[in-house]
Ligand binder design. Sequence first.
Ligand code: UDP
Length: 240
Amino acid sequence: QDNGKKTGRFMLKLSGEAFAGGGALGVDPDVVHAIAREIAAVVRDGAEIAVVIGGGNFFRGAELQQRGMDRARSDYMGMLGTVMNCLALQDFLEKEGIDSRVQTAITMGQVAEPYIPLRAVRHLEKGRVVIFGAGMGMPYFSTDTTAAQRALEIDAEALLMGKNGVDGVYDSDPKKNPEAVKFDALEYSEVLSRDLKVADATAITLCRDNDLPILVFELLAEGNIARAVKGEKIGTLVNA
Ligand code: UDP
């Protein structure tokens, strides 16, 4: 997979929270449109872009569980939430003149294709953005893990993790600790041993075992998606 080989294909993991904009819940169309414009620009420049969007702007299974719901059922609610984000992004990509396909891990034929990896690759080769919805289709997983797994399966050269309100990985929470120090680069093992907030351990382990580099960057800073795709020095790069 990595061998220095560049495929020009990237997996973009978008923060679901960012999709809510100023609101606590749901989708802010202005934010989604801004993100779609940035994705459209890199696609026009020739990059192949696959997308996984989180679901934190709707439901998180673990949070519903804490409030008394069954974990697996609330995880399914979380997965269904991500599909709404996918449809919102698809709509604004269309308005930017970019073709896209949503593929979901839970079948829902009226709104999306089922997840078919080889077909996803064909879409990418034709310049379409492929948006993967409903996570892995399995409770107890995360959209970070989904992004890592799909990135590997479609042979993306890197996992670009766009975060909401933080421009990389810090040694402590920069929103709580003004002394927090940002890392420019990190090894997978450090992320795991220091329990740094990059992604959950399942996702990090998958990337480590398969040499998939992760770039953590601020999603909503204008031009950042293009910088991430071009390999400019932004955010924090996690690799071996
Ligand atoms: N989810 C799941 N399996 C997956 C992907 C997501 O069960 O493969 C559920 C899980 O409940 C999660 C929610 O969908 O909390 C939203 O996904 P996301 O990864 O955004 O959760 P967050 O990272 O925001 O907690």
